[in-house]
Design a protein around this ligand. Sequence first.
Ligand SMILES: [Zn+2]
Ligand SMILES: [Zn+2]
Ligand SMILES: [Zn+2]
Length: 253
Amino acid sequence: MQLTFLGTGTSQGVPIIGCKCSVCQSADPRDQRLRTSVHIQSDGLSFVIDSGPDFRQQMLHEKIDALDAILFTHDHKDHTAGLDDVRAYNHLMQKPMQVYGEEYVLSTIKREFSYAFTEKKYPGVPEIELNTIDDRPFFIENLKIIPIRGVHFKLPVLGFRIGNLAYLTDMNQLPESERYKLKDLDVLIINALRIKTHVSHFNLEQALDIIKLSQPKQAYLTHISHKLGLYQDLIQQLPSKVLPAYDGLKITF
Ligand SMILES: [Zn+2]
Ligand SMILES: [Zn+2]
Ligand SMILES: [Zn+2]
């Protein structure tokens, strides 16, 4: 399986419009972050986790010309706003896009993209097939996905375990009862927003604590804000086997 980080930035992306801080002004491409999403390729299956406002640009940049499914972690706009652009894949694949999310996520999708779900559809609207998931494992074709429950301020969100990889974004709490799902990981991808604590996201220290507990072979930080510092400084402060992710980074697992 191959995973590509399509975006590794927090909800506003990095740089933030109008911000003059050293991270937002950095010329290092690893400091320029689109909204958080990953693409996973497994045998013949191609899917993304979340489709935020940069979805179109991310798919063009990575030249992804086949996409079978989208998994949603939660319903915030920085993870869902790009859904209209599945129209390109409806045309390429000649089928509706399979979308997976919890019940509340799918009802937000139906409300925000209501034109795609009306009885009499305007020609050319996105074709979307909704698949409700909950805490229980499910399959996309032959690939088993294990949801991991997290809490994002007060919102229940999902992370996912796929084989020996786990992906946890947009959470600031991971209940004890879910931690067994992080055993024997090759790769753990986890949200680390900034240095100071935050009401709805893990900060760096909290992310490192979870990495320490679960002992993956390799960990990557994502959903990073401009307040986590410059990439070149950050990489020197982190324990070995923990790397800040950056847009375009590819890993196999
Ligand atoms: Zn987010
Ligand atoms: Zn900034
Ligand atoms: Zn969020």
